[in-house]
Design a protein. Structure first.
Length: 434
């Protein structure tokens, strides 16, 4: 039965591929779709458990408490960047190009030592300057401390999962990805059973999930870890990682600035409502983009010219733009209803968040394809991310007091469109990476 379903699925994919691209599916393309199926299966299962976790938490905690957790998560993402410093992305890039075990071991070990060092330094600085940092984010010390723990555990988990991507272990990646979502939901249910109903129960559930799932991945890849610091590899990782860090900082800003500023200009409950809409109407295309990028980036990194990949992506743009927008609105409406009556329906927000999903998808795909070019590529995406972060921040500051949450969503849409334009203005790099 399993072989029959697999064969039928491949036949369907082959049919649509040949209809859209007007060419026979090569071995490399078949392998790409095979890896995509592994990752897709894992991410979809993870999305189901994540959906239950978020809906359950949103209904039980209400907009205010749900907003508190969103703040912990958002601040944590800011604090996470100095810990990982772009080394994780650099590790995927250079490991994906290698086949030799020793070189891969050297890249991974050097990356891990870098991340360990920067994580320790970051944590020390955060605690020493906790008063100043909490004021900068307009949060309490307790929220900041919860965010620091979140950042450290998320760094560990991200590093582990990205190691699998760099090694092209897509089957393991797909199998292990849902574990964190399953654990977070299970932990949350246990805490609720013991009447621990708070945004802190959501945070604790995430801590447990990242810690355990990261540890499981660590057991699979332990043979690649060696207490070794390679100067040659460190130079490559640093050069690429610096640009990845700039892009990462900017990405965290434009991804989370809306929630931070809504919390400042409006209320925590409004942050909860924004998060519910964002999750409902952007989740489907976010998952789709993550599935594609998880395989696309390491695969594209192996090839000097990205021309054929770029052309294939361009041919899918009309289909994804139209079908993606319509389907994300339909699916998002259903998801939002699960949140309950406290999360009121707003047609303008629905239509705007549908656009966010589409532009986010294309920005992600084109951006990671550009990252696969190398240092020249990541310079472009870093610059695009800076422009996007500045635009999102300025427009949010101007539009949130003027028209509320809708203004924040408009700011994000404009920022994504600018980013896509900058990346595509340098599309010549897809034709020759050297």
């Amino acid at each position: 039965m399993k072989d029959f379903i697999s064969k039928k699925t491949i036949n369907i994919v082959t049919f649509f591929y040949e209809k859209i691209f007007h060419e026979k599916m090569s071995y490399d393309v078949k392998r790409f779709f095979r890896d995509l199926s592994y990752v897709g299966f894992g991410l979809i299962i993870a999305a189901v458990f994540s959906f239950i976790f978020n809906i359950l938490a949103g209904r039980l905690l209400g907009p205010s408490e749900y907003g508190e957790f969103t703040i912990v998560q958002s601040v944590g993402m800011f604090l996470y960047i100095p810990m990982i410093m772009g080394f994780s992305t650099a590790m995927i890039k250079y490991n994906a190009e290698e086949e030799d075990f020793k070189k891969r071991q050297s890249i991974i070990s050097t990356t891990y030592l870098f991340v360990l060092l920067f994580t320790i330094i970051s944590i020390v600085i955060y605690f020493l300057f906790s008063s100043e940092i909490s004021k900068a984010f307009s949060v309490t010390r307790d929220i900041l401390y919860l965010s620091i723990i979140f950042a450290a555990l998320f760094t560990f988990y991200t590093l582990m999962m990205n190691t699998l991507r760099g090694l092209h272990e897509m089957k393991k990646y797909g199998m292990l990805y849902p574990i964190s979502s399953i654990i977070s939901l299970s932990a949350f249910l246990v805490l609720i059973f013991f009447n621990f109903v708070s945004f802190k129960s959501m945070a604790l559930s995430m801590y447990i999930a990242y810690g355990i799932s990261g540890g499981i991945v660590l057991a699979f890849i332990r043979k690649y870890i060696k207490f070794e610091f390679n100067k040659t590899q460190s130079s490559k990782l640093l050069n690429y990682g610096i640009y990845a860090t700039i892009g990462g900082i900017s990405a965290v800003i434009y991804s989370n600035i809306s929630k931070i500023l809504i919390n400042i200009y409006m209320t925590t409950a409004d942050v909860g409502i924004y998060s519910a809409y964002n999750y409902s109407f952007v989740m489907m295309l976010t998952i789709s983009a993550n599935i594609l990028v998880a395989v696309l980036f390491p695969v594209a990194s192996k090839y000097t010219s990205k021309k054929s990949i770029f052309k294939r992506i361009n041919k899918t743009v009309p289909f994804i733009a139209i079908l993606g927008y319509l389907s994300t609105i339909c699916v998002g409406y259903v998801i939002l209803m699960f949140y309950g009556n406290e999360y009121t329906f707003n047609l303008k927000l629905v239509l705007l968040f549908g656009i966010v999903g589409v532009v986010m998808f294309f920005d992600t795909i084109y951006g990671w394809l550009m990252n696969s070019v190398g240092k020249r590529g990541i310079r472009i995406t870093s610059f695009a991310a800076i422009v996007m972060a500045l635009t999102a921040t300025i427009l949010n500051i101007f539009l949130i007091p003027l028209i509320g949450i809708e203004g924040s969503v408009i700011a994000i849409i404009i920022s994504y469109i600018l980013s896509i334009g900058i990346v595509l203005s340098k599309r010549k790099y897809f034709y020759n990476s050297s």
